[in-house]
Each structure stands twice: as C-alpha cells, then as structure tokens.
Design a protein around this ligand. Structure first.
Ligand code: NG1
Ligand code: ZN
Length: 528
C-alpha cells in the first residue's frame, strides 16, 4: 500500500471537518456535496475487500428514491449481495477518519480483516442518472486506482444490474454474462419462454404502463424492451426527458402517498406500475371504474408470487420448502392471508433487504419483499439442481411445472430486488394464471395503514427489538404506544429510527383509515 500516494490523492478529496456519516440500511446517503471524500474512500475500501475476498467487488453510486440533490454509495459483495456487516463498520470508520488518520485507519482495517495486500483487486462501478453521480463515481475510481486496483466502469446502470454484474463475474459466467446485453438476454429469454406457455392458453398480447421515476430504469427499460416485445409491450412514462428524479413520481411516492404518480395517463382498470429512482423497487396500481385508486404493494406482489410457486411445487411434489420473509411494515392482512389461507410460513426481520435476504436463504425457495416493493426470490443450490433434473427426467404435468420453475429461476435476479425482473415475473404469472389486476388485488383487502415521519433532535435515542416491533429505549415509550394501540380495533403500531433519513418512522394500522390516522398521529406525539 503506497500510503504517501493515498495521502496526496486524499487531499484532493478532502473530508469536511467534523462531518460524520454512518453506513446505514443502504450504504451512505446524504446531500451530494458532502460525499466526495466518502466516494474516494469507498474506492479504497472496495480494493481492500476485493483483495480479502479474492473476488470482484461492486460500488454503486445512487441514492435510490431520495431527492435528486442527494446521493449515496454502497458496496456489493462477491455473490452480488450487500456488504457484510463487519465491513460496514470498517466503511464507517474509514469515511469518518480525519485526513491525517486515514493511512492508519487503512492499515488497521487491513490488519483486522487479514487482507493479503499482495493479492490483485478488481472493482466494478455503476451509477444512477443523478447530475452528481458521474463526478462522484470518478472519485470512487480515484480511490481504486491509488491502491493499485483494476476496475471496470459500467457507467449508467440500475442498482440490481450492478449486483448482477458482480455475481456473474465471480461465478465465472455461470450466472450469466457480465454485460447489459447478457442481462437483457438472460431475463428476456426466460420471460418469453414463460409467455409462450401463456399464449398457448389463449392470453392476448399484453401491455403495461411504467412510471420510471425519471430515473435510470427508463434508460435501461428502453434498451431492453425490444428483447421481450413478443410477450409484453411496455409504455414508458416519467422517462427523465422532462421531470425531475423521484419528484411526485416513482414507487416510493406512490407507496407513501397512496396515490398515482404525476405524468402518467391512467384509464379505468388499466394495469400500471412504478419503479423507484434506481429501479430496485416496484409497485403496481390501477383506478377502478369509480375512479378509486388501488395500490398493489410489495406484500401483494409476494403473495402472488408465492401462491404461483406453491402451486408449481405441489405439481412437482418434491417436498421443497417455501418460506416468505417480510418486515414489520407488511400489512397485517397479507401476513394473515399467507399464513392462514395459503398455509405458508412467514417470518419477520428488521428493515433493510440484507436482513430479509439472509433469512430467505434458509429455505429451498425463499420469497422476500418489503411492503415498499423491494424484493426477490432465492432458490437454494439443491432446489435448483432438483428442478433442473425434474425438467429433464419427469413426464407430462410434472415436467411442465419443473420447466416453468426453471424459467422462473432465470427470470428472478437472485442477487437483490430488481424492478425490471420483478415486473417480468409478475407479468408472466398474471398471463399464465389469466388474472386481471383486479382479481390479483382482490386476494385480500389491505388493512388501512399510515406511515409518518417525525423529526427529532437525535433519532438514535430510540432503540428497538423483536424485528423493530418493540421499543426498548427510551423507557416508557413502548408502554405509551401499547396504551394508544389498545384504543382501536385490529390495531398495531411501532416506531423506529430510519436508516436512510434523519427521522423517526411511525407506522400504524387499524380498522378504518380515520382510526389509523388518529393512531399514527397519537403515536408520533408520544415520540417527541
Ligand atoms: P429506512 O429509511 O431505514 O426506513 C428505507 C425503507 C427500507 C429500505 C431502505 C433502503 C421503508 C419503511 N424503509 O429504509 O425498506 O428500502 O430505505 O432503500 O420503506
Ligand atoms: Zn432503490
């Protein structure tokens, strides 16, 4: 490690005095103008992580659904998953080290993590469409090169595309080709294969309106749509040519305001969906004939997918286990439906996909979704092998189901939630099952729910347990919440500090929207 060179380069990416940031739920996120030093240092860290794991590491420059002025960065581990928790601590130490301590912190991390400094390093970089992203990703590259790392800059990519690239490179091509072309081909051929079977059963050609949040999803979907046009035509809205990123549009806006995005023309009963700013989340929705808006969120997506998978698993009859993973934000009706009607085991983890992802890995087939539309399905190696074998050897219905599952495995981005991949999965399932968006929506009725944000002096004074459903500190707060919840029917409420914004989030459910809103408001007063 040439520490003198690091010190020299770092002076060009100097840390503002006194600024401290934390590697949170989705890496570092704050105003773009405060992030130059963080980007440079994450370039350094990616090289160390690459040397330690002897694998390609990814660095994604994005702030997802945050306003356009923000930015962020996260590292992607060898299998395309989120950075290991122990390295999140290293990331926080490195980002917050004052200039003069930087060399010592680098040496400390290398020693603590037993990094072999003679090992080669390779880092791949992607970025979203924010105006600040190009310059910030150049700072990442400066960090990589000053430590002698090799790199490939993919330029503009969706977050899940970068995760895909990392896994492809480390699985030596087994997962797919590490190019956007490879990604488009892998997903599209799996989709077209499934769509063909739906057309056999008489479904017409499908169309879908997509709100792209004025983000990267628009560029990538525009490139990709020709690959799967045999099975689906997509019409893009909020494609970034006019509006501002995530402003009054996108999955986060639709989910949190429970209303349609601006900039999309919706006709009654027409299926529409929204991506978020880096295209790793998706929600569906429609207007009914009375003009009422219906949101189909991550919970209903998980329900559709798991009921489809469960049917196929029954068909192949091979005893493979299926589990669904949610967070405390999952609507109570979805949990009840999955457990009581579908008889599928459901687990609750802390917020943040890394927690859901790890839990989902415990099953042969693990379905995980956050209510906000971030999720995917993981297939264990054993399940994949079994399914492939049945697709070759078994007969008739069993073989058909196994072949369908084989395509489904290819269609999911198994590294992380992916709006494009999830959209194609959903479209394929709806076509195969001959379901309209209304029929899908009618699987169960959401309990009225409300999310509020509360600004407090220090959000970290709140700590939680039981997958964030119970407050431990400050004392008395949980008792106060319990008392408020008791006042309403079918009610539930919890609070937790956000990992991506400087706020405390309040969530409430109850029997009517009016009661839910009162409960959420009363709980937010208790938080002050
Ligand atoms: P925080 O800010 O920690 O609640 C939000 C989302 C998460 C996850 C991350 C990363 C909610 C309630 N929280 O985290 O689910 O998606 O952003 O983008 O939607
Ligand atoms: Zn996102």
């Amino acid at each position: 490690m040439d520490l003198d060179a690091v010190t020299k380069q770092s002076a060009l990416h100097a840390k503002p005095d006194g600024l401290t940031l934390q590697y949170g739920t989705a890496g570092f996120r704050t105003k773009a103008e405060h992030l130059d030093h963080v980007m440079f240092r994450m370039g350094l860290l990616a090289v160390l992580r690459s040397k330690q794991t002897k694998s390609t590491i990814g660095v994604m420059v994005t702030a997802s659904h945050n306003p356009e002025e923000d930015n962020g960065v996260k590292l992607v581990d060898p299998l395309g998953e989120m950075l290991a928790a122990s390295w999140e601590e290293h990331a926080t130490c490195l980002a917050n080290a004052e200039e003069q301590h930087l060399p010592r912190v680098l040496v400390d991390i290398s020693e603590k993590a037993a990094v072999d400094l003679h090992q080669d390093a390779f880092v791949v970089i992607g970025r979203d469409t924010r105006p600040s992203s190009e310059k910030l990703s150049q700072s990442v590259i400066d960090g990589v090169t000053v430590l002698g790392g090799q790199f490939h800059d993919y330029g503009l990519l969706t977050t899940p595309q970068l995760h895909y690239m990392v896994f492809c490179r480390n699985s030596k091509g087994q997962y797919g080709k590490a190019t956007t072309e490879g990604y488009y081909q892998k997903l599209s051929s799996a989709f077209v294969e499934l769509a063909k079977q739906a057309f056999c059963s008489g479904d017409d050609h499908r169309t879908l309106k997509v709100d792209c949040a004025n983000g990267i999803g628009a560029l990538k979907l525009a490139e990709m749509k020709h690959y799967f046009s045999q099975g689906l035509s997509v019409q893009l809205f909020n494609d970034g040519t006019k509006g501002k990123l995530n402003h009054l549009c996108g999955a986060d806006f639709v989910k949190s305001h429970q209303k349609p995005p601006q900039g999309i023309e919706m006709k009654a009963n027409e299926r529409c969906c929204s991506f978020d700013g880096d295209a790793d989340r998706i929600v569906y929705y429609y207007h009914d004939a009375d003009g009422q808006f219906h949101l189909i969120d991550g919970d209903k997506i998980a329900t559709l997918i798991s009921s489809f998978l469960k049917e196929l698993l029954l068909e192949i009859g091979d005893g493979l286990s299926l589990g669904v993973v949610q967070t405390a934000y999952a609507n109570g009706s979805s949990t009840r439906y999955l457990e009581e009607v579908m008889k599928v085991p459901v687990y609750c983890t802390k917020t943040g996909v890394k927690h859901l992802h790890h839990k989902a890995q415990e099953f042969d087939i693990g379905v995980y979704f956050e209510a906000n539309g971030h999720g995917t399905v993981l297939f264990s190696k054993a399940a994949e092998t079994k399914i492939k074998q049945l697709a070759k050897e078994s007969e008739d219905e069993k073989r058909k189901a196994a072949k369908m599952l084989e395509s489904v495995i290819d269609l999911f981005n198994q590294t992380i939630g992916d709006a494009i991949s999830d959209m194609l999965v959903i479209e394929a399932i709806l076509a195969l099952k001959g379901l309209t968006v209304q029929q899908w929506d009618a699987l169960y009725t959401d309990l009225p729910n409300r999310q509020l944000k509360v600004k407090v002096a220090d959000r970290q004074v709140i700590s939680t347990t039981d997958a964030e459903r119970q407050v431990v500190k400050p004392p008395g707060l949980q008792e106060a919440i319990n008392d408020l919840v008791k006042k309403y029917r079918l009610s539930r409420a919890f609070v937790r500090p956000s990992g991506t914004e400087d706020i405390v989030r309040v969530y409430a459910e109850a029997d009517s929207q009016e009661n839910t809103d009162s409960l959420a408001y009363e709980v937010s007063l208790a938080v002050f």
